[in-house]
Design a protein around this ligand. Structure first.
Ligand code: FDA
Length: 388
């Protein structure tokens, strides 16, 4: 039976990075994945350019049952650390918006860099190999990978979450964690388009229309673009709010975030002959649809101030009741996962199973849209690698 210092399950962002770092610390590492290529999600991320970090990374941009859990790892491995690595490989990058850093060229450069880091650490990579069994006895983990069984005193779960199953994503991490007695916070699709039905169905006529809005749910609010689709709502503002939304709840959209209170009454004085639709600083089809639903026909001059005030309020807090989300098939990430209560925030080690670790998306830490999820993958991997 081949023996290693650490076996890492999952050659995605977190697993690749952890393997390279641990290997370069002199550990004999085996990195295993059932997919035939490493880092498939990295390759499609950021529209093929990989939004590999966000300069605004801060713990409050991550969702978790334990809001403090991510602090330590994020502080010890920062966006600047990853940028330094990217630059050491001569990978050109640019900031797109809101601190989001992308490769100028291709996400392939990030995967090639991570594989190179693994090669430098002498990491053995076994791809296209199903994991048939994971056992633990006498302080060692035994993993049956394809036709062989390997063993190590340390096992790192880095198989991600179940979003985008067609890329090979599975709930393996959760099953594995549960088998070792770790709890799993209910996994839900996140950064995912929302589906509209019922009264909201009519908005689907607007498929293709986008506008800058503020999307609200509870205390969360995101000012970015929202996009109407054939199924409902998408665009960055909606993807962001979807991570906070729960089935049955409503979301509210401020369609005119820059409008000052009383703007509609002022518009009535300034342009009495204008219609409501013409007054709305929004794409034409959207303005018409909203004015239709507010049922205020004709010129502003003929509309009572009280009705204008009510419309203004409705436009700044338009309520949608999504019937669901587009699910794991379309979700960029998964909210929930292996409970942080069962892990050390310093090392990502399971508190009650010596030698067991969990890193990356499979842990109950989920970032906002915009490079935060990769930064969590790098940071949690670095914290773990330092302990292997
Ligand atoms: P990841 O999913 O990367 O890796 C898990 C690995 O485990 C995979 O290689 C998989 O094949 C393997 N695996 C799963 N089950 C297994 C099993 N049973 N046996 C063996 N192996 C198994 N984030 C960001 O910060 N910036 C961005 O630009 C984007 N863009 C983006 C676009 C799209 C379309 C998606 C779907 C996601 C993003 N993300 C993103 C999110 C980001 O891709 C994600 O958070 C990280 O890849 C998570 O890294 P992990 O290593 O934890 O999981």
């Amino acid at each position: 039976m081949a023996e290693y210092d650490a076996i890492i399950l999952g050659a995605g962002a977190a697993g690749l990075f952890c393997a390279g770092l641990a290997g370069q610390r002199g550990r004999r590492v085996l990195l295993v994945d059932h997919a035939d290529a490493a880092g498939k999600k990295i390759l499609i991320s950021g529209g093929g350019r990989c939004n590999f970090t966000n300069t605004g990374t801060a713990p409050d941009r991550f969702l978790s049952a334990s809001p403090h859990f991510a602090k330590s790892a994020l502080a010890r491995y920062s966006p600047a650390d990853f940028i330094a690595l990217v630059e050491a490989y001569g990978i050109a990058w640019h900031e797109k918006t809101l601190g989001q850093l992308f490769c100028d060229g291709s996400a392939r450069q990030i995967v090639a860099m991570l594989l190179d880091e693994c090669a430098k650490g002498g990491v053995e990579i076994a791809l296209g190999q199903p994991i048939a069994a994971v056992d633990h006895a006498d302080g060692r983990f035994r993993v049956t990978v394809g036709a062989r069984t390997v063993s190590a005193p340390a096992l790192v779960i880095a198989t991600g979450g179940p979003s985008i199953p067609k890329l090979g994503a599975t709930g393996f991490a959760y099953d594995c964690a549960r088998r070792f007695g770790l709890k799993v916070a209910e996994p839900r699709p996140a950064l995912v388009p929302l589906v509209l039905t019922g009264d909201d169905l009519l908005f689907r006529e607007l498929a293709g229309v986008a506008a800058e809005v503020v999307a609200h749910h509870g205390k969360a609010a995101f000012r970015e673009a929202a996009l109407f689709t054939h199924r409902g709502l998408s665009g960055p503002a909606i993807l962001q709010i979807s991570s906070y939304w729960r089935p049955g709840a409503e979301i509210a959209i401020d369609f005119l975030p820059d409008a000052a209170p009383g703007w509609l009454k002022q518009a009535k004085r300034a342009q009495p002959r204008a219609t409501l639709a013409k007054t709305l600083a929004l794409p034409g089809r959207l303005a018409e649809a909203l004015a239709d639903r507010l049922a205020l026909p004709g010129e502003l001059a003929n509309l009572p101030d009280a009705k204008l005030a009510a419309s203004e309020a409705a436009l700044s807090r338009w309520r949608f009741h999504p019937s669901g989300s587009e699910g794991f098939a379309k979700a960029e990430v998964t909210v929930g996962g292996i409970s942080t209560a069962d892990l050390s925030s310093q090392t990502m080690a399971a508190r009650r199973v010596p030698g067991l670790y969990a890193i990356g998306e499979c842990v109950d830490v989920t970032g906002w849209l915009g490079g935060y999820n990769f930064q969590w993958a790098w940071a949690s991997a670095a914290a773990c690698a330092a302990a292997l």
